[in-house]
Design a protein around this ligand. Structure first.
Ligand SMILES: Cc1cc2nc3c(=O)[nH]c(=O)nc-3n(C[C@H](O)[C@H](O)[C@H](O)COP(=O)(O)OP(=O)(O)OC[C@H]3O[C@@H](n4cnc5c(N)ncnc54)[C@H](O)[C@@H]3O)c2cc1C
Length: 469
């Protein structure tokens, strides 16, 4: 019987546990123990209900095009609980000089694929529109080394797109800045497009032609979620795990390597295992592995994390009818606001709000506003309400509010991240029986984390000789 420890009960660790549980159920001789420091499983996935509305504390959905979370949902019996975003209302606004301007139709992240909406858009100056036209003739080239997203995008479309579009989009996903994030790690598809085609516009159109769906297939929604929220995913995974294997309120203090085994130090729950899956943020993994490999500790500790705050406010039907039929808005740094983005939740997904309620979720923090975490909930609410009044004219008293603070939860894939991952992988290979999972490596989104947990479990099963390579 092989014994495996999983450290961390977020979606990465739970996915690893589920993969091991599936193997165990088919008779593979293994047992696993999952250690979670907090009093609940799920990590940043957390859903609450209030006044007939559903409030997401962390992620509200995942990208449909990345299949791993949807596959997991199907395997755990949630296929009929999956819901798609209301893409008919998929309009997003950007705050430009105090006014909301809609992102023009046909813009794929930052690449314009439709001429007329781009020409008539108020989002871009004439100079940027001319740069967009010139981009069509960009020649194929492969940058010798990694660069920031900001410098990559500037080379193609100039600085305005970085400020008005790319930076706000990235701060909504990573809480990070385009001037620090690595293009190869964060936008690998775009870096590849440049290498192969030169122009991102031409590359996008050629990719679209190749992947065009058959006309009778309904278009897939951009985002997928669950009827009862992201917590439903956590609860369904946990329900399929062996209860005796789950140790909440059990922080792991250190992981030490023995002759042929691993010692997991967790006070009264300390134990010895044949393999360990470390599925905590890399900043938490680093000190745990201090005695195994000081070099690995340094590399893991070198990956930065940003903090964020989500604030949900519920309003009555008057506010609901006053809001535009859109998913929400993004705020560029140049607008000097603390709110980075807001979602009109009642528009984005069904099953989220009563018909007579508006649900607005704001996102604050990120690498440039870590201080927000020091503010009290009251102060954060004061800031959010004042900025909502300025931006969308909502000055009404909310019916309810909820503030969630996430300290250093979002990994930042800064320039050089992929090279760092190669070094980490070499060091890990020198420690057989150790597997790493989580949002610090190859994708911060929920589907990427599901994949990282599943892959870590598969890797360990091979190392321990439980499945063929
Ligand atoms: C506010 C916010 C919004 C987001 N929105 C989206 C979104 O809409 N779509 C999307 O796809 N992604 C989104 N993400 C990203 C995504 O949710 C996360 O990257 C992912 O859920 C991380 O999962 P994880 O299991 O790797 O880490 P976590 O969820 O951080 O879990 C790690 C777990 O390890 C535990 N732990 C830490 N140290 C120890 C220790 N020493 N011993 C034992 N346990 C320990 C922690 O308590 C925690 O439970 C969002 C993230 C945040 C913070």
């Amino acid at each position: 019987m092989k014994r495996i420890a999983i450290i961390g009960g977020g979606i990465s660790g739970l996915s690893a546990a589920f993969a091991l549980e599936q193997k165990r159920a088919t008779g593979v001789p293994l047992e696993y123990t999952l250690f979670e420091s907090s009093s609940r499983l799920g990590g940043v996935l957390l859903t609450e209900r209030m006044d007939g509305c559903l409030i997401e504390a962390g992620p509200d959905s995942f990208l449909t095009e990345k299949p791993w979370a949807i596959d997991l949902c199907r395997q755990i019996g949630l296929a009929d609980q999956l819901i798609g975003s209301n893409d008919a209302q998929r309009k997003t606004y950007i705050l430009v000089q105090g006014k909301l301007v809609v992102i023009p139709d046909g813009l794929m992240f930052m690449v314009p694929t439709k001429v007329l909406p781009t020409i008539f858009s108020r989002l871009f100056s004439l100079r940027t529109k001319l740069l967009m036209a010139r981009e069509w003739f960009h020649v194929a080239s492969k940058a010798a080394s990694d660069e920031t997203v900001a410098s990559f995008v500037e080379r193609h479309y100039g600085p305005e797109i970085v400020d008005r579009l790319v930076d706000p989009l990235l701060s909504g996903i990573y809480g990070g800045a385009a001037s620090e994030l690595s293009v190869r790690a964060v936008l690998p598809r775009f870096a590849e497009m440049e290498a192969n085609h030169g122009s991102l516009g031409r590359a996008m159109l050629s990719a679209r032609d190749k992947t065009r769906q058959p006309p009778h297939d309904p278009p897939r929604p951009l985002f997928t979620s669950l009827k009862d929220g992201m917590q439903q995913l956590v609860d369904a995974v946990v329900a399929r795990l062996s209860p005796a294997a789950l140790r909440i309120n059990t922080p792991v203090l250190e992981i030490r390597r023995g002759q042929a085994d691993w010692f997991v130090s967790a006070d009264a729950q300390s134990d010895t295992f044949d393999g360990v899956i470390v599925a905590v943020p890399t900043r938490a993994a680093a000190p745990l592995l201090r005695s195994c490999s000081p070099a690995l500790r340094a590399e893991l500790g070198g990956i930065h994390y940003s903090s964020s705050v989500t604030v949900t406010l519920g309003y009555d039907h008057n506010v609901r009818s006053s809001l535009p039929p859109a998913f929400g808005f993004l705020v560029p740094r140049s607008e000097a606001k603390r709110v980075l983005a807001a979602t009109f939740v009642h528009n984005k997904f069904p099953y989220r709000a009563r018909d007579d309620r508006a649900l607005i979720r704001c996102f604050l923090g990120g690498t440039r506003d870590e201080e927000i975490l020091q503010s009290s909930d009251e102060e954060i609410l004061r800031i959010v309400r004042e900025e909502l009044r300025q931006i969308i004219g909502v000055g009404a008293e909310p019916l309810f509010t909820r503030v969630f603070k996430w300290k250093r939860a979002m990994a930042q894939y800064n320039v050089g991240h992929l090279e760092r991952l190669e070094r980490i992988e070499r060091m890990r290979q020198e420690l057989p029986g150790l597997a790493l999972a989580g949002n610090g490596y190859r994708g911060i989104g929920v589907p990427d984390c599901v994949r990282s947990g599943t892959d870590a479990a598969s890797q360990l099963l091979i190392t321990l000789g439980l499945t063929p390579a």
